[in-house]
Design a protein around this ligand. Structure first.
Ligand SMILES: [Zn+2]
Length: 220
């Protein structure tokens, strides 16, 4: 019963925040920004204003697949963001540029995130296998190892929150100070980034609830 409730809450949070980001993106992707720049041009200017002339920007496939790659120190913008003049595209492109700035300034949460990523990548695949073996063989120690591995995944999602919020703050500071957008368009850019941040909050909350459930079950 409790598990059913957990699934409903998790699904509701996930779908609700996904619907919100899609709606905000659709709305502000139709609005041509007064800055008169494409997403790629805005990101380039923001990077250059921080002295990051050597961080390249390339196009990647997929919708809302924009990201900063810390290993290659490069920005990957989706096709629709790269060449679009919309408010949404500029917000997203500058958010990714914000991650590049964090990386190159040595912002602590992004360093922690990058450092624990390989372990978390392993843990996120391994925890369920370890849990199932532990349950099947009735080995409580293994169940607790699985809970520990899952806790690492939750930790990663929690560290992601300040990283994402800070990248959005950097983007909004740059947009307000350096791009000629109207107040209304700035609000639009902020709405897109806030909706995106909420998807991370929902994901972290869902995995935290799942962890609490696992701990409660393991103790009984
Ligand atoms: Zn981000």
């Amino acid at each position: 019963m409790l598990y059913l409730l957990l699934i409903v809450v998790t699904l509701g949070l996930g779908l609700g925040t996904q619907a919100l980001i899609n709606a905000q993106y659709r709305k502000w992707d139709k609005v041509y920004s007064h800055a008169g720049l494409t997403g790629a041009e805005a990101a380039r200017r923001m990077l250059d204003s921080h002295g990051l002339y050597d961080v390249p920007i390339s196009i990647t496939t997929g919708k809302l697949s924009d990201n900063f790659d810390p290993r290659r120190n490069c920005l990957n913008l989706s096709q629709s963001v790269y060449g679009s003049y919309s408010v949404a595209s500029i917000a997203i492109a500058c958010h990714e540029a914000g991650h590049a700035v964090q990386h190159n300034l040595g912002y602590t949460p992004i360093k922690v995130r990058t450092a624990i990523f390989p372990v978390v990548n392993f843990a996120s695949n391994a925890w369920i296998v370890v849990l199932l073996i532990g349950i099947a063989m009735n080995l409580m120690d293994m169940v607790w190892v699985a809970v520990g591995l899952y806790a690492l995944v939750v930790l990663f999602q929690l560290v992601t929150l300040p990283v994402e919020l800070n990248a959005s703050n950097r983007a909004m500071t740059y947009i307000s100070d350096s791009l000629a957008m109207s107040v209304d368009q700035e609000k639009g850019a902020r709405s897109v980034l806030t909706a995106a941040a909420l998807t991370y909050v929902a994901a972290a909350l869902a995995s935290l609830l799942q962890l609490l459930y696992l701990v409660a079950r393991a103790e009984n």
